[in-house]
Design a protein around this ligand. Structure first.
Ligand SMILES: *[C@@H]1O[C@H](CO)[C@@H](O)[C@H](O)[C@H]1NC(C)=O
Length: 302
């Protein structure tokens, strides 16, 4: 019975939102022919539309379904453009990033690296492309044109942006973790705890390009952690985030996002230096996650 009520609840909460997303998608797609003529206006309109959709789903999760997201670390400056790297556990990671983006007034300016296959999802893929999401295959020679498209808006038109990349390229699973451990052992690299070894190529390319954009001032490293009961790294499914009431208090889910801000001017300038920087960042991120796990473990035992 409770399950049936949750399904109904999820549908009632999600359906109006989905309809709005389709409308937004439609308008954003209609804007794309005007993009070369009035690029800044198009970017502002599509950002405002995107913000409405993203804020709405954030409210479903946090207000309607009672998710309590804990934030820690550096306070991110209001309205600042940045390159953002985060670990990837589940679909719902975007709520954690949005929580910070709302506080920094940058929700409408979030642009995520997405898989190129998404371009072929009818309707939705178009909208993502028109919004200026970089759609990459992760074969960097092939992605050059796409990156030039996205970076030129940021570099030459100075569009405010949070450019978000999940540097592990894929979601965390025990199987992928085992593969990462093996790869790190073979290549003499440190394996970060609770994480996959990051892909450095995309990060290096992004930072080297966006250095030319004077308004992009920093790299933010976001660490996302979940707990359910006494289980670490155990996030809810997307459907649960939309349908389950009181997801923190009655279901025992915990959500945490930890932010660190690094001025771009303090990062290494060489490609190798940047790759090494990201590696160190991931090792520190892993240590932070282990501390969080222990802290949560003790608090559950109490
Ligand atoms: C777009 O929005 C930004 C910031 O909100 C503003 O500074 C800029 O003037 C806007 N551009 C246009 C063409 O409306």
């Amino acid at each position: 019975m409770a399950a049936a009520i949750n399904i109904l609840r999820g549908v009632v909460l999600t359906l109006p939102w989905l309809i709005w997303v389709f409308i937004v998608d439609f308008i954003v797609s209609l804007l794309s022919p005007f993009l070369p003529i009035v690029p800044d206006i198009c970017y502002n309109i599509s950002s405002a539309l995107a913000e409405s959709g993203w804020y709405w789903i954030q409210l479903i999760f946090t207000r309607a379904n009672g998710a309590i997201i804990t934030v820690s670390g550096d306070v991110l400056p209001h309205g600042e453009s940045a390159v953002i790297v985060a670990n990837h556990v589940m679909w719902c990671d975007f709520y954690m990033i949005q929580e910070l983006a709302v506080r920094a007034g940058m929700l409408g300016r979030c642009r995520y690296f997405a898989k190129t296959q998404l371009k072929w999802v009818p309707f939705l893929g178009w909208g993502l492309w028109a919004l200026g999401m970089p759609m990459v295959s992760r074969r960097w020679d092939k992605d050059k044109r796409e990156l030039d498209r996205v970076f030129s808006g940021i570099v030459y038109r100075k569009w405010p942006t949070w450019l978000v990349s999940f540097s592990e390229a894929t979601r965390y699973t025990p199987g992928k973790h085992a593969a990462s451990v093996k790869w790190c052992a073979e290549h003499d690299r440190p394996q970060p705890q609770h994480l996959l070894y990051p892909r450095t190529k995309g990060f290096v390319t992004t930072v080297q390009h966006l250095r030319k954009a004077t308004h992009v001032k920093a790299v933010y490293d976001l660490t996302i952690a979940y707990q359910k009961g006494d289980q670490f790294h155990c996030p809810p499914s997307m459907w649960e985030t939309l349908s389950v009431p009181d997801i923190t208090k009655s279901e025992g889910y915990r959500f945490h996002v930890h932010a660190r801000r690094f001025p771009l001017s303090e990062l290494p300038t060489t490609d190798d230096g940047l790759a090494k920087w990201l590696e160190t960042c991931w090792v520190e991120k892993g240590n932070w996650l282990e501390e969080k796990r222990l802290e949560w473990l003790t608090s559950v035992a109490e």
